[in-house]
Structure formats: structure tokens, C-alpha cells
Write a protein that binds this ligand. Structure first.
Ligand SMILES: [Zn+2]
Length: 210
């Protein structure tokens, strides 16, 4: 990860603090994967756990609401390995209740957030960020281009609504929120922002520092 020493240090501290909050202190991880999508199967969790154990690693696990109970139980059974990120839809009517459910189940963050109907920094989404900040949660955003799985099917998706630069306002408006930006393609977009406000980047995820 270029320019990532401080980033790794901060993430390490962040995740270790999380471990202390949810489980007994463990050996600090040597590797932290900040972006793992759960596929919903128990076998996946077991394989991930074994891999993390073999490399003294830790992972931020992106979890759909339907898998909340399964992952919540697994996290408690494997303390210090997984940090749960609850997948939410910014435009869902029940997004606040979903955040509450993830928080109550011990999930330390939200994401990966993607495909919004408005720009990430739109004021309509501020109650979501306010709630996450109140819970001291991490938010992982997909930024930049996103796949178009079936070009023959009409969709209401715009990469422009997911600009990395839209995270700037969120970070400024919600100063206690930990903002992570996913995908390496944004590094070009971030160049000027980095110079102005000190945003750090890595190959797959970047963090808006305080
Ligand atoms: Zn992803």
C-alpha cells in the first residue's frame, strides 16, 4: 500500500480498540483486510477464519441484513478476527432500523454502501451518517465506477453519485465518523483532494483522516 503506513497504524488502532470493546484482548493482527464480502454461507466464514488464523489477520466483513444473526454469532465465537460491517441501502425506508439492528448485534460499521439515488453527500442522507456517528461506527463507501452486470437491463445507477470527493463533505460535517473509501480507481480522483485536506490512499481502500 503506497503512503499507507499511517493508514495501517490508524486502522490497526481502530480495529484493536474494537476488539477490546467486544472481546478479550488478543495478539495484535499483522494483516487487516478492510474489505471482505460475505457470501452468506457458513463454509465461507469457516474458511475465512482459518485463513485469518494462519496469517494472524483480521477482516472487516461486509454482511447483508439476512446474515446478521449468523455473522453475529460467528464473531462472538471467534473474538478478534472479524469486524462486522452491516450492509445498508441509503434510500431504504427502514435504513435507520437496520442500522439499529446491526449496532445492537455488535457490528462496528456499515457498508459497503453503493448505488445511491442521490450523491453520497446529499443532505437527505445526513440522518444516516448522524446515526452512524452517534454509534461511533465506521462507514465503508464504494467510490467511483461500479460494475454494470447486465447492460440489457435498465438501471438507475450513476457512478457520478459515488464520487470520492463527495466524502469530503461527509467527513467535515460528521467529524467523529470514520470514513473509508473503497476501490483503487479513485486514487486519480483523490489527487487534488489529498493535497488540500490530507486524504490518504491505499490500493483498495482509503481513509479520510482527522
Ligand atoms: Zn466491495
Amino acid at each position: 500500500m503506497p503512503n499507507s503506513k499511517a493508514f495501517v497504524q490508524r486502522i490497526t488502532l481502530l480495529v484493536c480498540a474494537t476488539c477490546l470493546a467486544i472481546s478479550a484482548p488478543l495478539t495484535p493482527p499483522k494483516i487487516i483486510d478492510c474489505h471482505v464480502h460475505h457470501n452468506g454461507s457458513e463454509a465461507f466464514l469457516r474458511q475465512l477464519s482459518a485463513k485469518l488464523l494462519s496469517v494472524q489477520g483480521m477482516a472487516l466483513l461486509i454482511t447483508a441484513p439476512k446474515d446478521l444473526d449468523q455473522v453475529g454469532i460467528f464473531m462472538r465465537q471467534h473474538p478478534g478476527q472479524l469486524i462486522g460491517l452491516g450492509e445498508i441501502q441509503l434510500d431504504a425506508r427502514d435504513v435507520s432500523a437496520t442500522i439499529d439492528r446491526f449496532h445492537a448485534a455488535g457490528f462496528r460499521g456499515l457498508g459497503e454502501i453503493t448505488k445511491p439515488q442521490y450523491s453520497y453527500d446529499d443532505r437527505r442522507y445526513w440522518p444516516v451518517y448522524e446515526r452512524a456517528e452517534k454509534y461511533n461506527m465506521i462507514i465503508l463507501f464504494h467510490t467511483g465506477i461500479v460494475n454494470r452486470s447486465n447492460p440489457n437491463v435498465a438501471s438507475d445507477v450513476s457512478s457520478d453519485r459515488m464520487r470520492a470527493s463527495a466524502l469530503d463533505l461527509i467527513a467535515r460535517r460528521f467529524p467523529r465518523l470514520t470514513v473509508l473509501g473503497a476501490t483503487s480507481a479513485i486514487q486519480i480522483t483523490l489527487g487534488p483532494a489529498k493535497w488540500r485536506v490530507g486524504i490518504r490512499t491505499s490500493t483498495s481502500t482509503f481513509q479520510v483522516p482527522r
